[in-house]
Design a protein around this ligand. Sequence first.
Ligand code: 9MR
Length: 341
Amino acid sequence: MHHGPRKSSLSSAAAQNGLLFGTALCTSHLLSQPLTRAILRECSIVTSEYEMKWDAICQVPELPDYASADGLVSFASDNSLALHGHTLWWHEAIPSALRNAADNRFREAALEHLRATVTRYAGQMHSWDVVNEPLEPAHGRGNGLRETRFAAAFGPDYIETAFREAASLDPRAVLVLNEMGLEYTSPAAEQKRRQMLALLEREKARGTPIACLGIQSHLTALEQPRDHQELRAFLREVRAMGLSVMITEMDVSDHLCPRDRKQRDTIVAETYRAYLDLVLDEAEVLAVSTWGLSDDRTWLNGFRPRPDGAPQRPLLFDGAIRRKPAWHAVKDALATNRTVT
Ligand code: 9MR
């Protein structure tokens, strides 16, 4: 069965500009027929929300369990969807049994996991988030690197190591460095953007095979500005370095918005539109993905509950899988013809 881009879908709008559109996905989503149908109708790429993470595969480090990850790979291949692997090395996804392991044991296990996983799915992945969230300005290192188990065990070259290993085992996959908070307006975000440019320059100079920068894009409505000159300038520099961009985890928290649903939905939609217009204007974007498709599955009710207790409405579909104003905003942004300057 082939489910290519459909008329009046986000994937067909994206395809007009040579982009993929998609969502994060868990195997549990596939138990819902309406949600599965929406995924097949709207998406040309899917991302594993957690089932390809190291701690998910290696709940018991000696006994990796790829059953759920395999399920996502089959779903994608059965339905001709591109698959974005998330994520090989992330400091928050270390199996608990390995968190306090000695450096050499940790290095061995981390490399073994990366090699086994990339090899298992080689040729079937569109792309991999090889390293996730490497920067943390608050940790105060000159190079901006977050202090993690990876940085401690391998040293600052761990990013190069991960990308070289992945590239040699799956030369066709687009290798992505994925980061959060590059899109915000705070002084810390500007510092992170500068540190990211320096990191990318450094890695490029040594030949690290990073092809693409993943910008997570967990936005907050009423906080994300309509325009953002520093972000524009950053994206131009990324493009000048020859790197593509993926918007990897987009959603719009509405915790600062009024409770009224109509107002909220309008503000959220406007936030999506302005943000996508900016990024699509400035970057060489391969794919735009949201972190879930329908409001009833968002992670944000746990992470950032609204003060009034009303459920968040951060995505493009409501819990009954009806299109929201944000759907139309994203569709219009994806379909807009842009002349690169
Ligand atoms: O949404 C994901 C949630 O289901 C997982 O429990 C959690 C821990 O693995 O990760 C969430 O996804 C995160 C992503 O992997 C990295 N960027 C932030 C996302 C939201 O926390």
